[in-house]
Write a protein that binds this ligand. Structure first.
Ligand SMILES: Cc1ncc(COP(=O)(O)O)c(C=O)c1O
Length: 368
């Protein structure tokens, strides 16, 4: 059920995806206001009708500079970016291979695309290769195969082996689609695809959301290599969530553009330091031993014994002024209940340490 939570903004934030704390930054607010004043409250039409504003092009150029890619196309959300790109790659001649922990938007995109699709065990590229080989050796192989991964997975916070996945796709003539929702502006260099040296790999497509580390709203497809312009053209002409959806709101585009200028290496390093503090503090508590997931980014999860205990700990923390997410079945990929904490660059280590003592206290209290 959807609830309005009036105390939300006063709680200590260990729950939101605003990893760099930019959503409320004055420069980001000003970016939104300026775009709003120029273009109005909404984009007023689809990008392919009269809905393309200068701010969309500026944002696409800035996303390319930030990620080292050559072409970008912004969508109204990360969800529609995933639906759009998978739809444009789909059809009866396509086969999609999805990691079992891939986000719902990737799964929905695969289902809607008209392609055949299979999911394979989380982060198991041997299992992915078996499916690639089976298609290659089939009497009528699908000519277009797309391997679909997230750079950083949103529940466990672990990373995909991008370099190996890109090499595997190159070997089998497949496309690699990487959802950078949780890695854009959170990993060193600002992009996991770039950190893996794949920013100009033509067979590696990426999507991203502007609603997490950039604190705004919207999504993007990011392309590199010699055919980047052709890929962009193909998306312009075939991605249904680009063509038949009102363009990204100018204020959101203005906010994301301003946020990109603030998503510096220094802020990302502060985020990494606070991520380490969360992991080290929780791991040092003997009664939580072995229950802290081995994450690679700002998402830190603690496995809980039951869904009820996970919900009770999150509720206790909410009453004490801390916002922590509770993930439990059916919205988790593996049936495990978790408290999910997200790190934020702007938290002072002392206040964060105090918040973590409260988190540990609440968990032990509900399990006593
Ligand atoms: C991995 C992943 N992809 C896509 C999305 C969708 O992004 P948006 O919220 O911008 O629609 C999310 C956000 O929930 C996500 O976690």
């Amino acid at each position: 059920m959807q609830r309005t939570d009036s105390a939300r903004s006063t709680r200590y934030d260990l729950a939101s995806n605003d990893y760099l704390g930019l959503g409320a930054h004055p420069v980001v607010r000003t970016g939104a206001i300026n775009a709003l004043c120029i273009a109005g409250a909404g984009a007023s039409a689809s990008r392919v009708a009269s809905g393309t504003w200068e701010i969309h092009r500026e944002l696409e150029n800035a996303l390319c500079s930030y990620t080292g890619r050559s072409q970008a196309l912004v969508f109204s959300s990360g969800y529609t970016a995933n639906l759009g790109v998978l739809g444009a790659l789909g059809g009866p001649g396509s086969l999609f291979l999805l990691d079992a922990h891939a986000h719902a938007s990737l799964l929905d995109g695969a289902k809607l695309s008209g392609a055949d699709w299979h999911s394979f065990e989380h982060n198991n590229l041997d299992a992915a290769e078996q499916l690639l080989r089976a298609n290659r050796d089939a009497p009528a192989p699908k000519p277009r195969v797309v391997l679909v991964l997230e750079s950083l997975y949103s529940v466990l916070g672990d990373a995909a082996p991008l370099e190996q996945a890109a090499a595997l796709c190159a070997e089998y003539g497949a496309v690699l689609l990487v959802d950078e929702a949780h890695s854009l502006a959170t990993v060193p260099g600002g992009s996991a695809v770039r950190a893996a040296g794949l920013e100009q790999a033509g067979h590696v497509l990426a999507t991203a959301t502007l609603s997490k580390a950039l604190g705004a709203q919207g999504g993007a497809v990011l392309l590199g290599g010699d055919d980047a312009e052709l890929w962009r053209e193909h998306l312009l002409n075939t991605a249904r969530t680009f063509i038949f959806d009102t363009a990204l709101a100018p204020a959101a585009a203005g906010a994301a553009l301003a946020a990109l200028s603030l998503a510096t290496g220094e802020r990302i390093a502060q985020l990494a330091a606070n991520t380490r503090l969360i992991r080290d503090t929780l791991s040092a508590e003997p009664r939580l031993a072995g229950r802290i997931e081995a994450s690679a980014g700002p998402v830190q999860s603690v496995r809980m014994n039951t869904p009820a205990q996970a919900a009770a700990a999150a509720a206790l923390l909410r009453d004490r002024g801390y916002a922590v997410n509770c993930f439990r079945p059916p919205s988790v990929p593996d049936g495990v209940s978790r408290l999910r904490l997200t790190a934020h660059a702007h938290h002072h280590p002392d206040t964060l340490a105090a918040a973590l003592r409260s988190v540990i206290g609440a968990i032990l209290e509900v399990e006593a």
